[in-house]
Design a protein around this ligand. Structure first.
Ligand SMILES: Nc1nc2c(ncn2[C@@H]2O[C@H](COP(=O)(O)OP(=O)(O)O)[C@@H](O)[C@H]2O)c(=O)[nH]1
Ligand SMILES: [Mg+2]
Length: 204
């Protein structure tokens, strides 16, 4: 199977919004999950990677999405996980969120890797670390996308990336800015590497 190209990203379309595991679409090739705190910039990153403005809705009201949104093109599928870490939600909502996410990450066969989106001004907060530790125990690979890099000076960018790489040596990491379209090629390459790994296993 040939490698994922930019055209595979541009062809991404919304498939469905799944509030529970029964609503997940039939597996269809490599799937990449996008995770991150609410307001980290996940929707903006997805839209930038796919060169679409409204593919994943960007919102100034954090924590509204409580479903996994699936996007697909011929050889690629994204699962946009609901954001976490929002304040003032009832424990029952947090529990439902956790069971949806853990159910997905622990059982989804075509899951090829996780892109974890973090605000580069506040990377590796508690729940980010918990998700990385837990996912790595499941054997999942992580690519850490440090977004809103345009809010940092050049020096801060370099130091932040170094610190994250030092703390999480088993994950890949990069700087990103949806606003400045910084880091798009690098992020696409990391996603393609995850997807190619899974698609090759299917062919063999
Ligand atoms: N300066 C800057 N702002 C961003 C960037 N990405 C997202 N934002 C802003 O951060 C807020 C949250 O973005 P959104 O993509 O909705 O975050 P999500 O909740 O993680 O999906 C919005 O106001 C965006 O305009 C970026 O790369 N640079
Ligand atoms: Mg969003």
């Amino acid at each position: 199977m040939t490698s994922i190209t930019p055209a595979d990203f541009k062809a991404m379309r919304f498939v469905c919004s799944a509030p529970n595991a029964r609503a997940f679409p039939e597996p269809d090739g490599a799937e990449i999950a996008f995770a991150g705190r609410s307001n980290a910039g996940k929707s903006s990153a997805l839209n930038a990677l796919c060169e679409r403005t409204g593919l994943a809705r960007t919102s100034k009201t954090p924590g509204r999405t409580q479903a996994i949104n699936f996007f697909s093109s011929d050889r690629l599928r994204f699962a946009d996980l609901p954001g976490y870490g929002f304040a003032r939600v009832p424990p029952a909502v947090k529990a439902a969120w956790q069971s949806l996410i853990e159910g997905y990450l622990a059982t989804r066969a075509p899951l090829a890797g996780i892109v974890l989106i973090m605000d580069s001004r506040r990377p590796l907060l508690d729940f980010d670390r918990q998700l990385i530790d837990w996912g790595m125990q499941q054997g999942l690979g992580f690519h850490l996308l440090l977004t809103k890099a345009d809010k940092l000076s050049r020096n801060q960018q370099v130091n932040t990336l170094r610190r994250v790489e030092r703390e999480m040596p088993e994950a890949s990491a990069q700087l990103f800015s949806a606003t400045k379209r910084q880091g798009i090629d690098e992020a696409r390459a990391a996603i393609a590497a995850f997807a190619d790994g899974v698609n090759e296993q299917v062919v063999e």
